[in-house]
Design a protein around this ligand. Structure first.
Ligand code: C2E
Ligand code: MG
Ligand code: MG
Length: 587
């Protein structure tokens, strides 16, 4: 019975129903105008979805003349892919299972365009409550949909090159991870791209990136996805590549594609790239790890020179793991305060070698690995910024130790303590304040504190450096340049800097005997220091011969295993109470 109610007559075609119904009004006179002038599309249809009445707005949206539209079935104007869903809902509506429905779907216009619409439909019933007609409201949301589409595109594409961006790359990587298909990742970084930006300007740099992106994409088959990772970095997702050889071939093609010059505003510009490759087969690696492995391999490639490629391997993996472990352990170590200050005597290079000061050297008391020297963790501490709290801690500890010794031992206490300052610490805006606070807190006279800065600091002879050095000098502490001679280019500014002493790197000191290259350098540094009225401290003196040589050259101060190795606070204290100064012969 219900079926009969839904279909007006068994042989009803759209046209028949329309003419049939034209005579009996489908809309009451009073609502005719409301219907006609509504700003959204409206239609009244038969229960089998033939349009009986349509308003102006709908005609406009769908691009039909009114008479052409009337009589058509909804199937004719609905996008084929959306028809099933719409029909299902219409049936539910007519069957009385739902009171109305709302659906986003697509219409087709008279000239074949697609219109996205939000459709709402309900039933008009007769006086007895039987369904009579369908009434539909159609809101054109095409613009909103296109905007959404554009936003979605923008979120996953690089605006400059039009390539997929990092977000899209990670999404594709994730999808691959979920499938059985093997995959590899190429990480490509352009060599010395900064030079292009600096010399030709950013706009030219951008243009070059676009050209490079195009060439790189042309070398790749459609299976592989090239994306711009950021700046001058590109990544490739190698789909179906599970072994190194094909990955290397792709990388070669990419590098070869860059060898031809690029025409940039009439100039020939050359480009090359360093490439790192990592395969996604390592079961336990996360996507971030795979990408990082490729990045690590790329850095390795860079260190070999321009235009190289390196495949991530297990030894690199081991290094990465080790570094990660150090990173995690270090964070815990800093939090728990697992650090000690060791002290190495700095002695006068005279008979009996009296101790004049101590260099404070950091030691990490690792819970399972024991005492660890700075070489193993300093770089990580610098990279992660942990050096800031660590550096500040040893500064305070060193000042407090010497202040304590001075109180206890008076004249037997060494004159100064020397603290190493890392570049990152030196560049920290709070550094001068930290030094001032360490002095205030410990009560140590400022002239008893020596700061060992690196040669890089003085090479960067900028205004900020000058101000900071002058400030530290004004505080009253003295400044040493550590490992002098390893940075080469600092001599030009040396006379203008408020420096007190140069520490000759142990590499040169140990190269002095027998008559090695070091000798000339040590000689030059000592005479330079004399001219500039600076003190010289020779580091790493291990043998009598080295000592004699240095004495001959007129070097007055030194440190090294010949006199004493770095020692704990307790040992340093004992040294002071015991037979200080310790004779050279006892070492
Ligand atoms: P450095 O400042 O040049 O310190 C001298 C290094 O040479 C120390 O190594 C010391 O133990 C070692 N040494 C001294 N005499 C001899 C010798 O006769 N033979 C040999 N082979 N080595 C000798 P250490 O303690 O392992 O420190 C290494 C480097 O780590 C230091 O070089 C310094 O640059 C850095 N460092 C140490 N402590 C700190 C710190 O608290 N802060 C910062 N920023 N760096 C530190
Ligand atoms: Mg030092
Ligand atoms: Mg040194």
């Amino acid at each position: 019975m219900r079926d009969e109610a839904r279909s007006p007559s068994p042989d009803s075609s759209g046209a028949a129903s329309a003419s049939e119904l034209r005579s009996e009004r489908v809309i009451g006179r009073e609502l005719e105008l409301v219907f006609e002038l509504a700003p959204i599309g409206m239609a009244i249809s038969s229960l089998d979805s033939v349009l009986l009445e349509v308003n102006q707005a709908l005609c406009k949206t769908l691009g039909y003349a009114r008479e052409a539209l009337k009589g058509l079935s909804h199937a004719k104007i609905t996008h084929a892919e959306d028809l099933e869903k719409r029909d299902a809902l219409t049936h539910e509506l007519v069957d009385g299972r739902i009171p109305h429905f709302e659906l986003e779907h697509r219409y087709l216009t008279a000239d074949g365009r697609t219109v996205h619409a939000l459709t709402r439909a309900g039933l008009i019933r007769d006086d007895a409550g039987a369904p009579l007609h369908l009434v539909t409201q159609i809101i054109d949301i095409t613009e909103r949909r296109e905007m959404e589409e554009r936003l979605r595109y923008a979120a996953e594409h690089d605006p400059l090159t039009g390539l997929p961006n990092r977000v899209a790359f990670m999404k594709a990587l994730r999808a691959h991870r979920g499938s059985e298909l093997p995959f590899g990742v190429i990480f490509l970084d352009l060599d010395q791209f900064k030079i292009v930006n600096d010399s030709l300007g950013h706009q030219a740099g951008d243009e070059l990136l676009v050209l490079i992106a195009r060439r790189l994409r042309d070398t790749l088959s459609d299976d592989h996805m090239l994306s711009r990772h950021g700046g001058d970095e590109f990544t490739v997702l190698l789909s179906g590549v599970g072994t190194t050889q094909p990955a290397i071939e792709v990388a070669h093609h990419m590098q070869a594609a860059l060898t031809m010059p690029f025409d940039l505003q009439g100039q020939d510009v050359f480009a090359s790239a360093s490439i790192g490759i990592a395969l996604g087969i390592r079961g336990s690696a996360t996507l971030e790890e795979i990408l990082r492995n490729a990045d690590t391999a790329m850095y390795r490639a860079k260190s070999k020179g321009r235009g190289r490629q390196v495949v991530f391997d297990d030894t690199m993996h081991a290094k990465v793991v080790k570094r990660l472990t150090v990173e995690t352990d270090l964070r815990r170590g800093v939090k728990n305060g697992d650090f000690l200050t060791y002290f190495q005597p700095i002695v006068r290079l005279a008979k009996d070698a009296p101790t004049v000061g101590f260099e404070a050297l950091m030691r990490w008391r690792h819970p399972s690995r024991g005492l660890i020297k700075p070489d193993e963790y300093l770089e990580v501490a610098e990279d992660t910024g942990q050096i800031i709290p660590l550096g500040n801690w040893i500064l305070n500890d060193a000042c407090q130790s010497l202040a304590g010794w001075r109180r206890l031992h008076g004249a037997n206490a060494p004159e100064f303590v020397s603290v190493n300052v890392s570049n990152r610490q030196f560049a920290h805006p709070e550094f001068a304040v930290q030094v001032e606070e360490a002095l205030l807190r410990s009560g140590l006279p400022p002239e008893c504190l020596r700061l060992e800065i690196t040669e890089t600091v003085i090479m960067d002879y900028g205004l900020e450096t000058q101000i900071l050095l002058a400030h530290l000098r004004d505080l009253g502490c003295r400044l040493y340049v550590d490992d002098f001679g390893t940075g080469y280019s600092s001599l030009a500014h040396l006379h203008r800097l408020p420096i007190d002493a140069l520490k000759i790197d142990r590499g040169f000191v140990q190269g002095t005997v027998p008559r090695g290259d070091g000798l000339e350098i040590v000689k030059a540094i000592i005479s330079l220091a004399k001219n500039l009225n600076l003190e010289v401290i020779a580091e790493g003196i291990e043998t009598e011969e080295q000592l004699e040589q240095l004495q001959l050259l007129g070097c007055k101060l030194g440190q090294g295993y010949l006199f004493a190795e770095p020692m704990s606070y307790e040992d340093a204290t004992n040294r002071m109470t015991g037979d200080l100064p310790k004779p050279i012969e006892e070492d």
